[in-house]
Design a protein around this ligand. Structure first.
Ligand SMILES: *[C@@H]1O[C@H](CO)[C@@H](O)[C@H](O)[C@H]1NC(C)=O
Ligand SMILES: *[C@@H]1O[C@H](CO)[C@@H](O)[C@H](O)[C@H]1NC(C)=O
Ligand SMILES: *[C@@H]1O[C@H](CO)[C@@H](O)[C@H](O)[C@H]1NC(C)=O
Ligand SMILES: *[C@@H]1O[C@H](CO)[C@@H](O)[C@H](O)[C@H]1NC(C)=O
Ligand SMILES: *[C@@H]1O[C@H](CO)[C@@H](O)[C@H](O)[C@H]1NC(C)=O
Ligand SMILES: *[C@@H]1O[C@H](CO)[C@@H](O)[C@H](O)[C@H]1NC(C)=O
Ligand SMILES: *[C@@H]1O[C@H](CO)[C@@H](O)[C@H](O)[C@H]1NC(C)=O
Ligand SMILES: *[C@@H]1O[C@H](CO)[C@@H](O)[C@H](O)[C@H]1NC(C)=O
Ligand SMILES: *[C@@H]1O[C@H](CO)[C@@H](O)[C@H](O)[C@H]1NC(C)=O
Length: 638
């Protein structure tokens, strides 16, 4: 037993008869008896005790005179103890067995500032239970069994600043639940079974600054209810099961500065206007299911200084799309699936001083992603499969100045330096490692390729370099060729032309480039036309989807496409089927009309003309979808 409790016990004795102690251990009883005698002695001896006598302490509680604290924690109480001193400032009733709180349960504790009812079994709080606690600033009812909070429970708490009702089983917040808590600044409401927050639930919380709603069963953002919180500056929404953050989710929260959305495992979409109306300085959307940086949603947040998108399956940060966040200082995207950070990704972010890219799939981070290297102070690049070539030279050169937050980046490639941490490289080694080799095209023998119309041709372009170069192909009109279409660039860099056409003739330029430089090489192609169109190989139907000449769409050349076959097979079959059915029904309708006519008029018309115009809805229907009108045709049946 501590010195404090020995001092406290005598006061317990004065307010409770001996019989109440039955069942407690003998030691306690002995102590109490000793206490009685000592009190009597003190009673006689000291006048100062008179004041202390007016400050009773409930049985089984500890009362600390200096702090005016009554500690009844873990005393197996099933009711709020009686005999609480009216001048107590702090009352701890946590970890007991309280089940209900009646009306005016704490009357007479007008000076109480802090009341802790956490970890009980409270399932019912009567209206006005806290009436009279006019000085109360902090109320904790965390971890109980509340299912509902009747309106009026929190009346008579004009000074309350912090309220914790988390870890209960509350299902709904009714209108006006918190109405009288005009000075409440912090509300912890998380880890309940909340399925609904009524539109006026937060009415009256005019000074609320911080709201935490973790792990609820809400299926949508309570936008209207939140819009009442005009002074909210911080909000945390954790573990909600929402997959789309819709437009205007947080409108009218003009003072909100810090928004944390985390562990919404199904959140994969932010509407482009979802954050509109907010003026945040700190935004966290981590541990969600976003696959791209929500550029459109965040671009209005021009005062943003902190952005955390960690633990989302984001694969790339694209160039020049974050430039509006001109005050950004910290960007965290740790634990993502990043493979590339494009050049210019952080262009315009002149104040960026922390970049946290730990635990991604990045092979490199080029200097060109940053606006200015000089402002970067902290860089996390560890746990990435880094290729230690010239692209990372800027980092390794600053390895002593940059703060790696205790996690040195290390090389994964090339093999000779695999596993080495950046700080292990000596200055002399840097010129040997961290090098690049300019891209160089191999087999540079002049290529002069001839092919007949309708044929297939492959133009090879092989290159080496370190890092391995990327290969692009261009036409003589400088149009970039794509990996799809009739003329396409294969993944190994070879250019493939199918169903060669005369106008495909010309030169094609292959360019191999890597960070160290580029190399290019030109191939000329001659497609010879056939004298007799009869000899032309008509491709099989299944291949006809490619007959739209992609090279012609890309180069926008005015060349006439001499396509022998204006429609593809599908279009023809549909048109014919439709034509036949319409024809049949038209004929039947006509005959019915003629029959009715003959019945009523007694006259028979001997000729009938049927005009029929079938139209397919899909135009040409060809795979290229270039919008030519070749699918339409007119048929006239007489
Ligand atoms: C209150 O009492 C409990 C249980 O005896 C003890 O663990 C806790 O530290 C006490 N709190 C204070 C502030 O003395
Ligand atoms: C809330 O969600 C949890 C976990 O998904 C579930 O166990 C609980 O039954 C839900 N409660 C209600 C009221 O839907
Ligand atoms: C996350 O998104 C992927 C597809 O983008 C989907 O397959 C997966 O189920 C989603 N995860 C969750 C928890 O919704
Ligand atoms: C947005 O927030 C910043 C910093 O908190 C503040 O300086 C600025 O005035 C705010 N802008 C508006 C429109 O509220
Ligand atoms: C980087 O992100 C990781 C994972 O979120 C975190 O643990 C670490 O503290 C962050 N580093 C810095 C410097 O903020
Ligand atoms: C590239 O791949 C295609 C088919 O996938 C093949 O025909 C061609 O020969 C390859 N090119 C080279 C240079 O190996
Ligand atoms: C190739 O390098 C030259 C300068 O060496 C540069 O002007 C040109 O833009 C580069 N081309 C490509 C496709 O990278
Ligand atoms: C045209 O077709 C005939 C047989 O069908 C063939 O003998 C002849 O070589 C073809 N001509 C050309 C130019 O391909
Ligand atoms: C293609 O040519 C048409 C006019 O012939 C022009 O209006 C259009 O802008 C051109 N498209 C491109 C991509 O050059």
């Amino acid at each position: 037993m501590s010195a404090e409790s020995e001092k406290a016990l005598p006061f317990a004795q004065l307010t409770t008869p001996y019989s109440k102690l039955a069942g407690d251990d003998m030691f306690l009883e002995a102590a109490v008896q000793w206490g009685t005698w000592s009190i009597l002695v003190l009673w006689v001896a000291g006048a100062s005790m008179a004041t202390e006598l007016s400050r009773p302490c409930p049985q089984r509680c500890e009362c600390h005179q200096e702090t005016m604290e009554v500690n009844c924690s873990r005393r197996q109480l099933s009711a709020v103890p009686e005999g609480l001193s009216g001048d107590s400032l702090h009352l701890n009733l946590g970890h007991n067995r309280l089940k209900t709180l009646g009306r005016r349960q704490f009357a007479g504790l007008a000076l109480l500032q802090e009341l802790d009812l956490s970890n009980n079994m409270i399932s019912m709080i009567e209206v006005e239970a806290f009436q009279g606690l006019q000085s109360l600033q902090t109320l904790r009812i965390k971890s109980n069994r509340l299912k509902i909070i009747p309106v009026g429970v929190f009346s008579g708490l004009p000074r309350l600043r912090a309220l914790d009702i988390s870890q209960n089983e509350i299902l709904v917040f009714l209108d006006y639940t918190f109405r009288e808590l005009v000075n409440l600044q912090q509300l912890e409401a998380g880890e309940n079974d909340l399925v609904f927050i009524s539109q006026r639930a937060f009415t009256g919380l005019q000074n609320l600054q911080e709201l935490n709603l973790d792990r609820c069963n809400l299926t949508s953002i309570p936008t209207v209810a939140l819009s009442q919180l005009q002074n909210l500056t911080r909000m945390r929404l954790r573990r909600l099961n929402i997959s789309v953050l819709p437009s205007n989710s947080f409108h009218q929260l003009h003072r909100l500065r810090d928004l944390r959305i985390s562990h919404w495992s199904s959140l994969d979409t932010l509407a482009s206007k979802s954050l509109i109306g907010l003026n945040l300085t700190s935004l966290t959307i981590n541990n969600c299911n976003l696959s791209t940086v929500p550029y459109a949603s965040v671009h209005t947040l021009v005062f943003l200084r902190y952005l955390d998108l960690s633990y989302n399956p984001i694969t790339a940060v694209h160039g020049n799309l974050l430039a509006d966040l001109l005050r950004l200082e910290e960007f965290h995207l740790a634990g993502g699936s990043l493979v590339t950070i494009e050049p210019g990704a952080f262009k315009g972010l002149a104040y960026l001083r922390l970049l946290n890219m730990s635990s991604n799939q990045l092979p490199t981070l080029e200097e060109g992603v940053l606006h200015s290297v000089g402002n970067l102070e902290t860089l996390r690049l560890d746990r990435n499969p880094l290729a230690c070539d010239c692209r990372l030279l800027w980092v390794v050169r600053r390895r002593l100045r940059l703060d790696f937050d205790g996690h040195q980046p290390s090389c994964t490639a090339p093999d000779v330096v695999c596993g080495r941490e950046f700080r292990d490289f000596t200055e002399a080694e840097l010129s040997g490692f961290f090098t690049c080799r300019q891209a160089r095209i191999l087999n540079r023998k002049p290529q002069d390729v001839r092919v007949e119309e309708g044929g297939r041709v492959l133009l090879h372009c092989m290159a080496d370099g370190d890092p391995s170069p990327s290969i692009t192909w261009m036409t003589s009109q400088h149009a970039l060729l794509l990996p799809t279409g009739r003329v396409r660039v294969l993944t190994n860099g070879t250019l493939e032309l199918r169903y060669a056409q005369v106008q495909d003739s010309g030169s094609y330029l292959c360019t191999a480039s890597n960070t160290a430089g580029n190399d290019s090489f030109s191939v000329s192609l001659q497609v010879s036309g056939l004298p007799h169109s009869r000899n032309r190989t008509v491709p099989h139907f299944s291949e006809m989807v490619w007959t739209v000449p992609s090279i012609i769409t890309v180069t926008n050349s005015s060349a006439q496409v001499s396509d022998p076959f204006p429609f593809d097979a599908k279009t023809l079959i549909i048109a014919m089927t439709m034509g036949f059915l319409s024809f049949l029904s038209s004929v039947i309708i006509c005959f019915v009309f003629m029959f009715l006519w003959s019945q009523s008029q007694g006259q028979i018309k001997h000729t009938a003309t049927i005009n029929f115009v079938p139209r397919t809805s899909k135009g040409g229907g060809a795979g290229g979808g270039d919008g030519n009108d070749s699918g339409r045709f007119t048929m006239k049946l007489i």
